[in-house]
Write a protein that binds this ligand. Structure first.
Ligand SMILES: [Zn+2]
Length: 1134
């Protein structure tokens, strides 16, 4: 490599370097000798070849022309400035000019490509900070820019805007230090830059921005450095370019940016391209380890075993050569080393099943690359696939490799013709052209209507997986292109959302959104169909059979494992979300209006959909299209109108709104006198109903917050206002006439018949309601509502009559009286139902419930007292399970008896951080489990400090605490940053809402504060966004052993981590107790720890309950337990 490595981005190799004479500055006649260096992005010159920092850099993109002039000189002409260099000879001049001209030309091609394909998502965007600073030794103020992991110096704002600068400083070697009131130093191993800002506060801001750049540089380097630890990984596997910072994670190769572009072109079914620096999330420890075992060395041995020298790539190969080579290599397998079983499918598959039980990853790579079927049958039903075999054998890395290659299309046995092979990525048969109206692409969701004037008419051609748009149909060069492989989502806003009747939106991987419009809905539909066909892979094409409002790919987690993120294809049609998951062969449908839970976790990053029996986590990998999905799914899951079938539906087709009300009355209103007869307060009733109508699923009716009469009135109002009535307009008369039938048998069978004629949702609702009213009248001694009274109230409500027609009441009375026969209720079922209700009435515990939730089906490992194989317990975690319930469950299983003052608690232990966090007893376990990293686990153990904490809190007045602690900050991402800085004394104030940090208040410093700023906290955090762990890792050399590790998640989803240290253990307990108290609304320990009954599989309870009970599953079971104790005790731990 030429030149010092730190001065150019590692991925841009130097094209040419040498000594040149630069023309004299104004007022001088002496040419200056300069070391000049050209890479594909910049032309720079330095005082000498030893210098780290340039005197000037000129972006190649700003060069408009290079031309020769007299005396072996040449000119580099930019927009408004010309640089003249003098060479030693004509030959040298020619070389320089050629190199420059070629770089300029390539830059243009790349710019065109990246504009169209957005291949370089991280082009320098908006700087983190920019402004003027004085630099010691320089007369005029400089314009300084902090962007990403770099600090760039420019002469002035004008030059910054032109892109011509002095030098750029890579902050991975940088360090910033406060030096004086307005000054600070940026220190690097090569030079110290001493800056002065306008004011002290501005200096602080500069310091912060530069520290941010250091953190950025360190965290982005982390993965790359680990991967580069192996020498072969330091050169691109394909062309040999230095510092490759991209990788193909399925092929297990490290590649350069230019090769990565071509790998992407091959499509994810051949190569899954990820960045070492930007895609931090994918780099799990397993994957990194896998790259140490396979990586470029093994990969080249296999894939490039037979490359003829004429076809080999080098760092400067053209794009065309790269494409040819990579296609031959990975899609056709032209250069691979052939396995001895090549061509013998059965033997390949058998050998694969053997190889995956060993540590021989290269053998697995060779077998897969030579055609072994990744999902072949192993012959063992207990571990049917190679992946399962590897899991059984405990071969972690084999598993990782197999998982990354689940969808890889390896070169096929029969040689594929050139034409055919394109079909595997996109379908070139899809071609379409015509005029579309288009707006400029945007990086944010559209907030407002786009008027017709904002669209421009473009001739659009879809062909070979590229949608190109041209100025007009005669134009030869497109204005831009969107590659189908880059499309992640296609959405169709409702008609007339923008200035055109029909519009559609295309979202790309690089977070851009393109809006197209058309007059004709038919033509628009045709375009949508063609574009969809071009970007949806064949295995998900099923999704295109029906119309959709939104279509695309998303990351998700589901099933028993939370560790692995998979990619699925989703289509939203009405209230159905149809999905093709990675491992399932056919489309599955989620009825969004029937979800048990729909929630957003982690500040809009994860969408949780709980369906009966399964939980699906959809993750927002990209912000832009995910925001669209979020809104669309939420909307689709809400009620769409006032009729019964348009409501959110619960189990067995009962609208959630009905279910919530009945549930609440059953829990809280059965003993209330005059229930359903008494009216609630109009305004409150209205509010309850409005909330339920908006999103019944998220409404939790709570005793003390809603009066039973308000809820009962809301239910009546809802039923009365149903547009078609509960019994439907067409059948209403038939029901009323039946009430007049004298013969009882005839009457009952007529009711049964009519019931069968109702739409399913109406039928289910009638049954649920009558079942409920049947229960209400069982308690008529207390509530005074016998069947007759209920009929008086509900007759007119359900039949929407004015109360004059006595027959309406008669129908209701008949249905309650003959409830068992009309609805064919099983005697046993009824008995159990009555017992349950009696139990509720008896055991009614004041409200703590949070609605009925089931179906989280994750199994997690929890340890008792310490992490060890023998203390391990596998627990199924329902969505509603709290930390206390989990604790009880573990103790129960291990037959641990709880003694008085044993504060058994569930802890989240982070091994890497050497810190742990006691969970509050009300915390839900599932979301915590979801956020646990691989270094963390859950342990149930006694919380020894709890008693001291409780005593402290009991003696304490108020929920605030002030005092000194030692503070240390790591500004980088959680776990990735290298330790920087040290502990300093700071004054903290904690109150009910936030934690404030003040700079030392005890003593003065040389840089004393102005009185104006001394009252302002230096930092402030909302206390609820902090996670506080006990302990600080030793590597940070905490000044005392009583420390806290604090994780703060910012609004931008960044995790910041910092540390606090107290002087004594008592102080630590007091701070922690106060945090715990404030974060959890005033209680730190339950006043009466209740035993929790072990979860029982759904089927065991079967149809016990007609009426959904309020509260969690566990609470429901607890309420049933008294009567069905045999059922529960028969249950053995799974
Ligand atoms: Zn390369």
């Amino acid at each position: 490599m030429e030149g010092p490595p730190w001065t150019s981005a590692p991925s841009t190799p130097v094209i040419k370097a040498g000594w040149l004479d630069k023309n004299p500055p104004p007022g001088s006649y002496i040419y200056q000798k300069r070391w000049v260096r050209l890479d594909s992005d910049y032309l720079r010159y330095f005082d000498s070849d030893k210098d780290a920092y340039s005197k000037r850099f000129i972006p190649v993109s700003s060069i408009s022309r290079v031309s020769g002039i007299s005396d072996q000189k040449f000119e580099v002409i930019t927009h408004n400035r010309t640089f003249v260099f003098r060479t030693e000879s004509d030959a040298e001049r020619k070389e320089w000019m050629q190199a420059l001209q070629q770089a300029v030309e390539e830059q243009r091609v790349r710019a065109r490509l990246s504009r169209a394909n957005l291949l370089e998502p991280h082009c320098p965007g908006i700087p983190d900070r920019a402004g003027s600073l004085e630099l010691r030794g320089v007369k005029n103020k400089l314009y300084v820019v902090v962007a990403g992991d770099k600090v760039l110096l420019y002469k002035n704002l004008e030059e910054y805007q032109l892109g011509i600068g002095i030098t750029s400083i890579d902050m991975n070697v940088g360090n910033v230090k406060d030096s004086d009131r307005r000054s600070f130093d940026l220190t690097t191993p090569y030079r110290i830059f001493s800056f002065s800002a306008e004011s002290e506060s501005e200096k602080e801001e500069w310091l912060e921005a530069m520290q941010g750049a250091i953190a950025e540089a360190l965290s982005t380097m982390d993965v790359a450095e680990q991967i580069w630890a192996d020498a072969p990984n330091r050169l691109c596997a394909d062309c040999g370019a230095t510092h490759p910072d991209w990788a193909s994670i399925n092929l297990c190769l490290v590649i350069c940016k230019r090769c990565a572009g071509e790998h992407r072109w091959l499509g994810p079914s051949v190569s899954k391209v990820r960045s070492l620096k930007m895609d931090r999330k994918v780099w799990t420890e397993d994957l990194i380890e896998l790259f140490h075992h396979l990586g470029n060395e093994a990969g080249k041995r296999f894939w490039a075993a037979n490359v003829p020298p004429s076809e080999a790539l080098h760092p400067n190969s053209s794009a065309g050569d790269r494409r040819y080579h990579l296609e031959a290599k990975y899609r056709e397998g032209k250069y691979r080393r052939y396995h001895r079983f090549f061509g013998k499918q059965e033997e390949l598959d058998k050998a694969l099943c053997v190889a995956v039980t060993t540590t021989d990853l290269e053998e697995t790579q060779a077998l897969l690359g030579c055609g072994a079927a990744i999902n072949c049958f192993s012959g063992d039903p207990a571990a049917p696939t190679p992946l399962a075999v590897a899991r059984q054998a405990g071969q972690r890395l084999q598993m990782e490799f197999l998982r990354n290659n689940q969808t890889t299309e390896m070169p096929r046995l029969d040689s594929v013709s050139i034409v055919e092979k394109h079909y595997s990525v996109v379908q070139p048969t899809v071609s379409h052209s015509g005029f579309l109206f288009k707006t400029a692409s945007v990086a944010k969701p559209l907030q407002e209507r786009r008027s017709r004037e904002e669209f421009s008419r473009r001739w659009c051609v879809l062909s070979d997986g590229v949608l190109s748009y041209y100025e007009n149909e005669r134009a030869v060069v497109p204005n831009g292109e969107i590659r189908a492989s880059e499309i992640v989502c296609l959405a169709i806003p409702p008609p007339d959302t923008h200035g055109f009747d029909s519009t559609f939106e295309i979202y790309t991987e690089t977070e851009r959104m393109y809006l197209f419009g058309l007059e004709s809905p038919d033509l628009a539909r045709e375009w949508v169909k063609c574009i969809a066909k071009a970007f949806v892979p064949i295995h998900a094409e099923e999704l295109l059979c029906r119309d959709f409002e939104r279509l695309g790919r998303l990351s998700y987690k589901a099933g028993l494992s939370l560790q692995r993120t998979q990619e699925g294809w989703f289509a939203l049609s009405g209230s159905e979300l149809r999905a093709v998951f990675e491992e399932s062969p056919s489309e599955e449908t989620l009825q969004l209006r029937k979800l048990q839970e729909l929630s957003i976790e982690g500040d809009k990053e994860v969408l949780v959909l709980v369906e009966r029996g399964r939980t699906l986590y959809i993750q927002g990998e990209r912000k832009l299209d995910f925001a669209g999905w979020l809104g669309a799914i939420q909307k689709a899951a809400a009620s769409s109108g006032d009729t019964l079938s348009e409501q959110q539906l619960g189990d067995s087709d009962i609208p959630v709104i009905v279910y919530r009300c009945i549930d609440y009355i059953t829990q809280c209103g059965l003993t209330s006198e005059g229930i359903y007869r008494k009216c609630g307060q109009t305004s409150k009733t209205q509010r309850v109903l409005e909330n339920l109508r908006r999103d019944a699923r998220s409404v939790r009716l709570k005793e003390g917050e809603q009066h039973v009469d308000d809820v009962s009135s809301a239910l009546k109002r809802f039923l009365r206002d149903l547009p078609d009535g509960l019994f439907t307009r067409t059948q209403r008369c038939a029901w009323l006439e039946t009430a007049a039938i004298e013969n009882e048998e005839e009457k009952i069978s007529r009711y049964q018949e009519l019931l069968g004629l109702l739409p399913p949702v109406n039928r289910a609702t009638v049954k649920a309601l009558i079942s409920h009213l049947y229960c209400v009248q069982c308690f008529s001694e207390t509530n005074q509502m016998n069947t007759h009274n209920l009929a008086i109230v509900f007759g007119p409500t359900l039949f929407q009559t004015d109360g004059q027609d006595y027959k309406a009441g008669r129908v209701v009375e008949d249905l309650i009286d003959h409830y068992v026969r009309v609805f064919s209720v099983d005697e046993e079922e009824l008995r159990k139902q009555r017992e349950e209700i009696t139990a509720i009435v008896k055991m009614r515990v004041a409200g703590s419930a949070s609605g009925t939730q089931h179906a989280g089906d994750f199994i997690c490992t929890v340890y008792l007292e310490k992490k060890a194989t023998e203390t391990e317990q596998h627990v199924k975690i329902p969505a509603s399970m709290t930390a206390q319930e989990l604790t009880m469950e573990i103790l129960d299983r291990r037959n641990v008896r709880i003694k008085e003052k044993d504060y058994w608690t569930c802890f989240e232990v982070n091994e890497r951080e050497e810190a742990e966090r006691p969970l509050h007893y009300t915390e839900k376990v599932l979301p915590i489990l979801h956020s646990l990293g691989t270094d963390s686990h859950l342990v149930v153990k006694k919380y020894l400090s709890m008693e001291a904490m409780l005593m402290y809190l009991a003696s304490k007045v108020g929920d605030t605490k002030h005092g000194m602690m030692k503070f240390r900050e790591d500004r980088s991402l959680l776990g990735l940053g290298l330790p920087t800085g040290s502990f300093h004394d700071r004054y903290f104030m904690l109150n009910g809402s936030c934690l404030r940090l003040f700079k030392e208040v005890r003593t003065q410093r040389s840089w004393a504060f102005s009185p104006h700023t001394s009252h302002k906290p230096e930092k402030e955090w909302p206390v609820k966004s902090l996670r506080i762990y006990l302990g600080v890792k030793k590597k940070l050399r905490p000044p005392t052993c009583w420390g806290l590790t604090v994780v703060h998640e910012t609004e931008k989803h960044e995790k910041q981590q910092w540390y606090l240290c107290c002087d004594t253990q008592m102080e630590l307990r007091e701070w922690f107790a106060t945090f715990f108290l404030v974060q959890h609304g005033g209680t730190v320990w339950p006043s009466e720890p209740s035993r929790v009954v072990r979860p029982v599989p759904e089927s065991r309870l079967g149809s016990v309950s007609l009426i959904p009970l309020r509260g969690s599953e566990n609470e429901m079971r607890r309420s049933v337990a008294a009567f069905t104790s045999d059922l529960l005790s028969a249950q053995s731990p799974p």
